[in-house]
Each structure stands twice: as C-alpha cells, then as structure tokens.
Design a protein around this ligand. Sequence first.
Ligand SMILES: [Zn+2]
Ligand SMILES: [Zn+2]
Length: 334
Amino acid sequence: MSVPATEIDRLRRAGGKRSGKRDLIVDVFLRQQGHLSADDLVDIIRREDQRISRATVYRTLQWMVEAGIARKVDFGEGRFRFEHSYRHPRHFHLICKTCNQSSEFLSSDIEGLIEEIAAARSFSARQSVVQIYGECENCRTGRQAPAIDGARTELLFARDALRIAIATERSGLEFYTRAAAIARDPRGRTVFQRLAGEEREHLGTLEERYAQLLARDPELEAQPTFLFFKGAANGLFAEGAARLLAEGVDDQQALLIGIRCERGSHRFFKRYGERFEDSEGKQVFLEFAEEEKQHLDLLVGEYKALLERQGRDRRRPRPTTIVQGSARRRERGI
Ligand SMILES: [Zn+2]
Ligand SMILES: [Zn+2]
C-alpha cells in the first residue's frame, strides 16, 4: 500500500519533531506488508542502517501507533505485532498455528452481533478483537492457495464494498421492475418505473467503477473475500422482490415493502460506512447510502400521496408537526 508523501508528512508533524532516523524507520515500515514484530522490523532496519538502535525502533513504533500510522495486534505469541493502519480498515484475523501466517477479513454480521450484545448489556464497546486460530489451506493441503495480501487490503475492501453495492442495485432493479409490472395505480407505476430506471443507471456506474478498480490491479479479482456480509450474494432487496410475488399484494403494500427495503439498505450502508477509516470502500458505502436515502424519501412521499388519493386520511386530523408525522408512520409500520 502506498501512502502519499504529503500525508506521511502531516502524520509526522502531528507526532513531533522531524528526525532522520524516525523518517527512515517509518518509510521502511510502510514498505513492509502484513504483521511484523518489533524484532522483525529491527532486522529489516539494520540491513539499511546499522547505526539505528533497537530502542529507537521500539520508540518509533510506539510513536507510529499513537500517530495512527501503525496498529498493534496480539496474536497470543507473547509479543505484539504491528500492521499499517493508515487507510487500512479495521479487520479480524485468521491465524495459522503451523506457518504463523495471518490473513485478514471483516464481517458486518459479526460486528452487528457484537454491537447488539454490547447494547443489551449497556456496555460501551471501544474495541473488539476476533481471532480465529487453526491451520491455513496451504499448510493443510500443501496446495498454494492465494493468501490475502496485506498491501491489497484497502483495494479488497473497495472491491467487496462495490460487489455488495452492485448486488444490492441488481436486486433493487429486479424489485422495482416487478413492482411496476403489478402496479394498478398509474402514478404508482410511474414511480416504480422511474426507480427501476435509476437503479439501472446506478448499476451501470457501479459496474464501470468496478472495472476501473480491477484495471488498477489485475490480480484483485482472484483474491479471497475480505468483507463478508450474509445478504451480499442476493442483495438486500431479494426478500422484498420475493414478497411482491405473493398473492394479493396491492400498490400500497408494494410501496411499504419498497420502503422497508430502502430503509434497511440505507441504514446498512450508512452505519457501516461511517465506522471506517477514510478509504475508497468507505466512500462507496456512504455514496450508496445517500442514493438509497433519496429513494426512501421518494417512496415515503408516494405512499402518503397514495393514501390521500384513496381518501383514507379524511377521517384523521392532518399531521401538523414532523413528530406526529413520524409517529403516524410508525403506527402504520413504515
Ligand atoms: Zn499455514
Ligand atoms: Zn491485520
């Protein structure tokens, strides 16, 4: 992973006075991949400059952790290891006890579960560590399976974020195409058609972005999955699209199903995206969350208009404040 020189400069200034030795240690560290122990780094540094002491390397590593350039990880070996943290999303580790190689992954489902448990126990979680110990495929089978390359983690995160966004967009397109086909209310049909059109357009943009990402690193596609997400394969709208096929779904119910899907999708991409360090994957998530928010607002407006057209609001007082409006929406389960 290459860190822009200006960014490293900024990080160095934030961390204190400039020093030639420190600069060299930082530069060497950033050229390494994976999870290094302090002694690994000492050995590598000494190959470049014999005069740098072990204590200086240790001190600089500590400083890098504080400055957000390095992250300390403990694989239960009785010593810490260090990995890049600049634009390197937080992640969990699979650690092979035979070859001591570790590989990285993320799972929104595991993170969601941890959040749920912490909330249920009124616990304010600061950091969670998930480490899976065992034997890697290479050691187990003797075959050379591709390992996650630490230098690629940022790109892998962007790749997987795009894959999830594309799957969601595809299932959204399927959903709105189906909803437009069954809609009886002409205005409702127009809205579903418009949303299907938007999904198609966004899908094209995302696929183009995905192709550009692969062009930057031809081996990216073959790397193992980094970001696991249960709903990723079929997309967040798949269940909604299936529900549209049920007997007797009317326009109003179709809008409600759409609202639930868009709301779920918006929340997932926003909450997940907000938690990451600045990176391309984070950008993908947040931009996508914004698109889903626009669809959600459109559907909620359409739902209200449909109810008004059906004259269902006549016997109820009109909402005068936003609070009442959202309370009413909650009553109807949207
Ligand atoms: Zn192994
Ligand atoms: Zn790691």
